[in-house]
Design a protein. Structure first.
Length: 349
């Protein structure tokens, strides 16, 4: 019998329940490995066994974070595990967030080692990489065959209390932790060596990587605002009542386009927010607080702007990956360009 008890957390898809139509399924557990858990168990040592799998729908978890976390942790605890493995989630934003949240909660409450796997641009990775070990994976399940062995190797180290090496050695995302080590070459010599390689155009690995920020060149100012067509775009989740496009409250997988022709005011009866990252009360009372249609109509009537574009675009910025945000921005920008819009007001929360 295996001496190290492992529990695996999966979403509805990898738990073999269904796709998006089953994303609202509540947490439940099964004995033994399920889906990718079968391959994962083979990647573990012989004295380690996946004794149970906990499955939860991505939509249910992200729309009921506190409740879902309590339910999932309780199910995991019932197996009396020595280790929790979640995912891998690859670049699935809602799944990544759930894996990170579950791992962080289990680590804190059950005091056992945890790990998961994600693509580095998954919003869950950015949110939880400082708290838990996240093995770096590809961006889709097509990379499952490389993700599982990498997660298995780190799982063995964690379960057996072995020393975990650096992110480069073990394949997990850097956690921002710096450790003092003895090096055979002093720092000044290493710095000169890196500088010479940089001058020669050769590759080198810095010992202190800096964050990389996108630089966006500002567009020229609008010369005549009174003749300009202005569009509204928001990441604040303002949608028609009922959220017809089912934009997710976190890690949005889509954006919506909505017609405001003839609308001068966003009322509580007609508009609301789908955003799950801020208190929705005031936005639901008056969505103009996030998407200022009322003010823009006034500016239009006064001739300060030429025209308010009759379509606005909305998504939810909460936990949305950088890759998806760029994709949405490009698609929205192309449509606004076709509509000959001169300027955009982008609001958040």
């Amino acid at each position: 019998m295996a001496s190290i008890r492992v529990v695996h957390y999966l979403n509805q898809f990898f738990g073999q329940i269904g796709g998006e139509e089953k994303a609202d399924i509540t947490p439940f557990s099964k004995d033994g490995p399920v889906g990718p858990g079968t391959a994962l168990e083979k990647a573990l040592d012989d004295d380690m066994s996946i004794i149970g799998t906990v499955i939860c729908g991505d939509t249910y978890f992200n729309e009921n974070i506190d409740t879902a976390t309590e339910e999932v942790v309780a199910l995991i605890a019932s197996f009396k595990p020595d280790l929790l493995i979640a995912g891998p989630a690859f670049n699935a934003g809602r799944y990544g967030f759930a894996c990170g949240a579950v791992c962080a909660a289990v680590q804190e409450r059950l005091n056992i080692p945890v790990l998961t796997g994600m693509y580095e641009e998954n919003p869950g990775a950015d949110m939880y990489k400082k708290e838990i070990y996240i093995v770096k994976t590809g961006n889709s399940a097509a990379q499952m065959r490389t993700a599982i062995p990498a997660m298995g190797r780190l799982a063995i180290r964690l379960a057996k209390g072995e020393v975990v090496g650096s992110p480069a050695e073990e394949g997990y995302l850097a956690r921002g932790i710096r450790k003092n080590v003895f090096h055979e070459q002093r720092g000044s010599a290493r710095a000169v060596e890196m500088l010479l390689k940089k001058i020669k155009g050769e590759s080198f690995d810095t010992e202190y990587p800096m964050p990389i920020f996108d630089r966006v060149t500002p567009r020229p100012a609008i010369k005549n605002l009174s003749q300009a067509k202005i569009a509204l775009v928001t990441s604040g989740g303002i949608v028609p009542k009922g959220n017809p496009d089912r934009i997710e409250s976190s890690s949005a997988s889509k954006f919506g386009r909505y017609d405001i022709s003839g609308i001068n005011n966003l009322t509580a009866e007609t508009f609301e927010t789908a955003h799950g990252g801020y208190d929705p009360v005031y936005a639901n009372q008056d969505a103009d607080r996030v998407l200022p249609v009322d003010v823009m109509r006034k500016l239009e009537q006064e001739g300060i702007i030429g025209q308010l574009h009759n379509i606005y675009y909305a998504t939810v910025g909460n936990g949305t990956s950088v890759a998806n945000a760029k994709k949405y921005a490009h698609a929205i920008g192309e449509e606004l360009k076709q509509a000959q819009v001169d300027g955009i007001i982008l609001t958040s929360t």
